[in-house]
Design a protein around this ligand. Structure first.
Ligand SMILES: Cc1cc2nc3c(=O)[nH]c(=O)nc-3n(C[C@H](O)[C@H](O)[C@H](O)COP(=O)(O)OP(=O)(O)OC[C@H]3O[C@@H](n4cnc5c(N)ncnc54)[C@H](O)[C@@H]3O)c2cc1C
Length: 416
């Protein structure tokens, strides 16, 4: 069924009785050409592009819970391509371009909203760093604009300009950045993949990777063994646990990141803002809630919930920038498990096991990467060659000294 304005009108006039399920609920087949482990944004996007772009068939996505129950439905929905390094910027710009055409491509309203992102700076040295980053972005064809304090004050008059411990000196804006309704991304890709014959199998946890003569031949699951030509793992915060089933130890630590949403307010925040003197970022959802977050929790965990000191820390960062936040009631807080890599950049690569491929290490920036990650992982699975924008995302780069240290903090996952 194609979604359109006409379809909504037709259904409204016929008692809403003609809607069909957005995807099937099939039983697993004994064998697939491609098994994607993980029904998050990246796994579903991979299956979608494998079927649509690379014309592959006999594909299954195996999800241990329900699709959208992981980080794809837990993030703060920000998309952007404001990266500095050559290894990263072309990939994230490719992703932003895919976001721009995504809803038409998969015929689903994901509420892509290019309301802009603004990174504030609070010192001369930070301004120099942001100018450098803006120039790098423009060299790669992305948009970047340096705003002074008065320009920012016009759009965000409620920020603390006059009495702040960290005075706002200006900001780096990317007007094409913004937000996307996160779980709709999972649903849109799931529906698009299902329409192209992909089996999306929920409540099916992978419990083992079957390896014979150095080759991955399938997966053991809570619903039995399923054979596969190729297995692509895209399980985000569970990457180290799943790859341990193949005897691999990854350069990844799992940490919790929390997010927060306030009661609904009238429109106050036109775009996404980030504080440059602490870790705090905020946007306003279409329902009016302020959606914000900050640092990871700082200890390793696979639990999808966080601790109270980080709530206090995030609130402190918010209040330093935006004192009116103290008058707003918090509605909800939740956590997701981050696959923090040692340099803060992701991995899309083959593994030493034939037929086993890894997509992981997204840290807390993988939502914006979803379309390009899916496309590039599908490219790798279908052709056995890396897509040109992900040639730096190698698994062995840590051993070879070819890190992509975007933040310049070294092997410190808690600081990325
Ligand atoms: C609070 C928070 C805020 C964030 N904010 C942003 C942001 O603003 N912008 C941004 O770009 N990124 C953000 N991120 C990061 C982003 O959400 C993730 O990097 C990205 O969603 C990870 O990819 P995914 O969608 O495929 O992950 P997930 O949705 O977590 O998908 C992985 C799936 O694998 C499944 N799985 C795990 N183990 C198994 C198994 N053994 N068998 C079968 N299935 C399994 C899980 O159940 C899960 O559904 C944020 C994350 C959090 C938690």
């Amino acid at each position: 069924m194609r979604y359109s304005g006409f379809r909504i009108l037709q259904q409204a006039l016929t008692g809403q009785k003609g809607w069909t399920p957005a995807w099937r609920n099939p039983d697993p087949q004994p064998h697939y050409d491609y098994i994607i482990v993980g029904g998050g944004g990246h796994g579903l996007a991979t299956a979608y592009y494998l079927a649509k772009q690379f014309r592959q068939s006999r594909i299954a996505v195996l999800e241990k819970g329900w699709i959208g129950g992981g980080n794809v439905g837990r993030n703060t929905t920000i998309i952007r391509s404001n990266y500095l390094l050559d290894g990263n910027e072309p990939f994230y710009e490719f992703s932003l371009k895919l976001w721009e055409g995504l809803e038409q491509d998969f015929n689903y309203n994901a509420m892509v909203s290019q309301r802009g992102i603004l990174n504030l700076f609070h010192s001369d040295a930070q301004r120099d760093a942001y100018i450098r980053r803006g120039n790098a972005m423009r060299l790669h064809g992305a948009d970047a604009e340096l705003l002074d304090r008065d320009q920012i004050r016009r759009d965000y008059p409620f920020l603390d300009f006059d009495n702040a411990r960290f005075p706002i000196k200006g900001g780096l804006a990317q007007r094409r950045g913004g937000t996307v309704r996160h779980d709709a991304v999972a649903w849109g890709y799931a529906r698009g993949a299902d329409q192209r014959g992909v089996d999306i199998i929920q409540n099916c946890a992978v419990t083992g990777l079957r390896i014979e003569d150095g080759r991955c031949t399938g997966v053991d699951t809570t619903r039995g063994f399923i054979g596969a030509g190729k297995v692509g793992v895209a399980v985000a915060g569970n990457s180290s646990r799943v790859m341990a089933m193949a005897g691999m130890r990854l350069p990844i630590e799992s940490h919790v990141l929390q997010a927060f949403v306030s009661e609904g307010l009238k429109p106050v925040l036109p775009g996404v803002i980030t504080f440059g003197a602490g870790h705090f970022y905020c946007s306003q959802s279409d329902k009016g809630g302020l959606v914000f977050g900050g640092d990871i929790d700082g200890y390793n965990s696979y639990a999808q919930r966080g601790n109270l000191p980080v709530i206090e820390d995030v609130a402190e960062g918010g209040m330093a920038l935006f004192p009116g936040l103290g008058r707003v009631r918090l509605l909800r807080a939740w956590g997701g498990v981050m696959d923090m890599s040692m340099d803060g950049s992701p991995i899309i690569d083959r593994t030493p096991v034939d037929g086993l491929y890894l997509n992981g290490g997204w840290c807390y920036g993988g939502f914006k990467a979803t379309p390009a990650s899916g496309w590039c992982f599908a490219h790798l699975l279908a052709t056995d060659q890396p897509h040109p924008t992900v040639t730096a995302y190698r698994l062995d780069r840590f051993a070879r000294g070819l890190m992509i240290d975007e933040k310049g903090v070294g092997a410190q996952p808690n600081l990325h």
